[in-house]
Ligand binder design. Structure first.
Ligand SMILES: [Zn+2]
Length: 415
């Protein structure tokens, strides 16, 4: 092998490589080796990729740079696969209302909720939107997040949805992070429309085709809910997305069981997100469509939800479970994926290994990046984090106790 770019020596690796885990046929077991650990390992990196993984230090390639991990733990770079981090304004007042007992649905009906963020987002300048979003993004990146999904959905017109997605794309160009963009025009009703069917037509006839033509979206999402859009309306959106070869996903079964998850599965969707009200009997369908279950414990926490997602059944059926922040101004104002990992354990009963898989391997899969990110293996992107922990379970256990020592983005040392 020619001289490589970077050699990281003396590391303990939580590879999250499914092929190495204790039970490769079961996506989620509670065994220790669900971290797919390789102790005393050395990683060779070139051109942004992992090109070698060694446990024998006598056979290491020559390298331009060498970093001694001194026995520290390295995981794949963390992936936040569900955020709304571009928004205008501030919803702190609603936080006060909710504490006085007003429900999310009532706030929505009062013209608060998403509608107030739509107004503030539309009124904000490009510069202001980008500056505020960059601050939130940097909060995630400081924690070792190297890939982030960003949705539109506060613009709700062709021009404004494209503006949000364009800002998200710019964030990816200006920061050392991979950004995947998702068109979420079917998030709420824009004030210009009274008839939700007419707005769905606008999404299908104009917003999706033109966003695709501009190359701004990697996927299409919907809010399938009583206060969002019906299953039949979401189906129309998915039909058009499919016609444009865009993968789909859905905010489904967050507040009620409309069977949105089954619709997403019918379209071989990337992920079903929230799913507190998903019936255990519907889980098998997700397995068949290889759809990821994205758990959003930050929203569960902020809304003081009581209904738990069907974790046992997801585990039993070996449906891949991802964990994400759902970072948004209303129901999950939480720019910490590490906190979401802890919440997924505390509220949903995930093991720390499942929680880590949820922000690495399974989050990558939820973004269609399962073949290049989320695991430490030869051929994968060298998105890596070296942590100041004695065991990877500490990453889910503590809140603000441990931090990245080094963050590597496609082989470049960020910290
Ligand atoms: Zn969301």
């Amino acid at each position: 092998m020619n001289e490589i770019d970077l050699l990281i020596t003396n590391a303990n690796l939580a590879t999250m490589d499914l092929a190495l885990s204790s039970d490769a046929t079961t996506e989620s077991s509670t065994e220790h080796n669900d971290y797919a650990v390789i102790n005393n390992a050395h990683l060779a990196i070139s051109d942004g990729k992992i090109v070698g993984l060694y446990t024998d230090s006598s056979a290491l390639p020559k390298s331009k740079t060498t970093i001694d991990a001194k026995g520290g733990w390295i995981t794949p770079g963390l992936i936040d696969c569900h955020t709304h981090l571009v928004w205008g304004g501030n919803r702190a007042r609603e936080f006060e209302w909710r504490l006085q007992g007003v429900s999310y649905q009532e706030i929505s009906r009062k013209g608060g909720g998403i509608a107030s963020t739509v107004k503030a987002t539309r009124e904000a300048s490009d510069e202001q939107l980008k500056k505020d979003a960059a601050t939130r993004l940097s909060r995630l990146m400081e924690e070792g997040v190297t890939t982030v999904e960003i949705k539109s959905g506060y613009g709700l017109s062709l021009e404004q949805e494209m503006r949000m997605l364009s800002i998200a794309r710019q964030l990816g160009e200006e920061h050392a992070v991979t950004i995947k963009t998702t068109l979420l025009a079917a998030h709420a009703m824009p004030p210009e429309f009274d008839d939700s069917d007419a707005y769905i037509e606008e999404i299908c006839q104009t917003i999706i085709p033109q966003t695709v033509q501009a190359g701004l979206a990697d996927a299409v999402d919907v809010f399938c809910e009583g206060i969002g859009f019906s299953v039949e309306q979401c189906r129309k959106v998915f039909e058009v997305a499919k016609a444009h070869q865009l993968p789909v996903k859905g905010h489904v079964e967050q507040l009620s069981d409309l069977k949105g998850a089954l619709l997403v599965a019918q379209y071989d969707g990337l992920s079903v997100d929230h799913i507190e009200y998903l019936q255990a009997s519907d889980v098998e369908t997700l397995k068949q469509s290889d759809t990821v279950a994205v758990l959003l414990p930050g929203a569960f926490y902020a809304l003081k939800e009581q209904q738990l997602p069907p974790i046992d059944e997801l585990r039993k059926q070996a449906v891949a479970m991802a964990v994400s922040t759902d970072l948004n101004p209303g129901t999950s104002p939480q720019a910490s994926l590490r906190l979401a990992m802890n919440q997924a354990c505390i509220y949903f009963g995930l093991t720390p290994a499942e929680s880590l898989a949820g922000v690495t391997r399974n989050a990558a899969k939820a973004l269609g990046l399962g073949e290049s990110k989320g695991q430490i293996k030869v051929g994968y992107d060298a998105d890596l984090v070296l942590w100041d922990v004695d065991h990877p379970c500490e990453l889910s256990y503590g809140v603000n106790l441990s931090r990245p020592v080094n963050i590597f983005k496609q082989g470049i040392t960020l910290k």
